[in-house]
Design a binder for this molecule. Structure first.
Ligand code: FDA
Length: 288
């Protein structure tokens, strides 16, 4: 990965990122809505170390919430705590997040606090609990590869939790995370079952066919109606599966990132699927 030149990562980014501007992202959401999918919009950026950068992020999200509202789009927002200054100061990050949650609540929208690496897990869950208690309209993410996840589910607030469950994308030490592909799947299913048992609204965020079928079986076993959960997928990934889930009557939300800060996000997506990097390199070098 470190050897892949930036311009090639940019070509890959065009598959996973809606564009550099808000207008690009809103056009993508309108298109998804027309195809029966909802969206969650992410302004790209993370690991911010200057307060001014975090404040710029807040301003962009506030404008975005207003634009979603004005255009009547079926969309929420997803936010990374380190973009809003978690690594600078937790109180500063909480104030920034609170402004977004309040603005979302006024427009009957929702903020999902993305989960980053393990250095942020405790703080992210604290922020989530605090804002849920005071404003509602907020959820967060749990990662099936983390050994702590079943315990974290047991400690979720009894009312109103809205949790996106995904495998997890950061590189974590074995002491904290399950490593085997099948082990992570197993923990995903156990976590989803526990979330459903606790009555949590879950965003089932995966493109893994095995997990999609396991999720359908759990939805059936728990007797859930389509408004009690949703599936979630990333922009540019397994579009055919996405359409199939919609046709089967499930709610489906697509994660739509945008902004000039596309580099780290796109690198993570390429690491996840190195074949794509190879296709791009081949197309760039050999025109096919
Ligand atoms: P897996 O990686 O095994 O992929 C299953 C299949 O999907 C692959 O075989 C391939 O066909 C396809 N696929 C997967 N990734 C692809 C890619 N990049 N390009 C092309 N095809 C691909 N993580 C996290 O740590 N914190 C978070 O907040 C979030 N948020 C989030 C939101 C949403 C809506 C989704 C879908 C995912 C996340 N993730 C995340 C990422 C998540 O943890 C995980 O890394 C990816 O979803 C890939 O895992 P799968 O479950 O899809 O399985």
């Amino acid at each position: 990965m470190p050897l892949v030149p930036r311009f090639m990562v940019h070509r890959v980014a065009s598959r996973y990122v809606a564009g550099e501007t808000m207008a690009d992202a809103l056009a993508t959401v309108a298109d998804l809505n027309a195809k029966g999918a909802m969206a969650t919009l992410d302004v790209l950026g993370e690991e911010v170390t200057e307060r001014s950068r975090a404040e710029e992020g807040v301003k962009e999200y506030l404008k975005l919430l207003e634009a979603i509202h004005q255009q009547g789009l079926k969309a929420n927002i997803s936010v990374k705590p380190t973009m809003l200054g978690l690594k600078i100061d937790e109180g500063f990050c909480r104030d920034n997040l609170e402004r977004l949650v309040q603005a979302a609540a006024q427009r009957d929208r929702f903020v999902c606090i993305d989960m980053e690496d393990r250095s942020t897990t405790d703080a992210t869950l604290r922020l989530f609990r605090d804002l849920l208690e005071r404003h509602g309209h907020v959820g967060t993410v749990l990662q099936a590869y983390m050994r702590r996840t079943l315990k974290d589910i047991g400690e979720l607030p009894p009312e109103g939790a809205n949790i996106r469950l995904c495998k997890g994308i950061y590189v974590e030490p074995v002491a904290d995370s399950w490593k085997g592909y099948e082990t992570v799947r197993h923990n995903f299913v156990a976590a989803l079952d526990k979330l459903f048992r606790q009555g949590v609204y879950v965003g089932i965020a995966t493109h893994d066919e095995f997990l999609l079928s396991a999720a359908e079986a759990l939805i059936d076993r728990h007797g859930l109606a389509p408004h009690q959960y949703e599936f979630q997928m990333l922009l540019g990934v397994t579009e055919e599966l996405r359409d199939i889930l919609i046709a089967r009557g499930h709610r489906l939300r697509v994660y739509v990132p945008y902004g000039p800060d596309w580099y780290p996000y796109s690198k993570r997506r390429m690491r996840e699927n190195p074949e794509i990097a190879l296709h791009v390199i081949r197309a760039t070098l050999f025109g096919r």
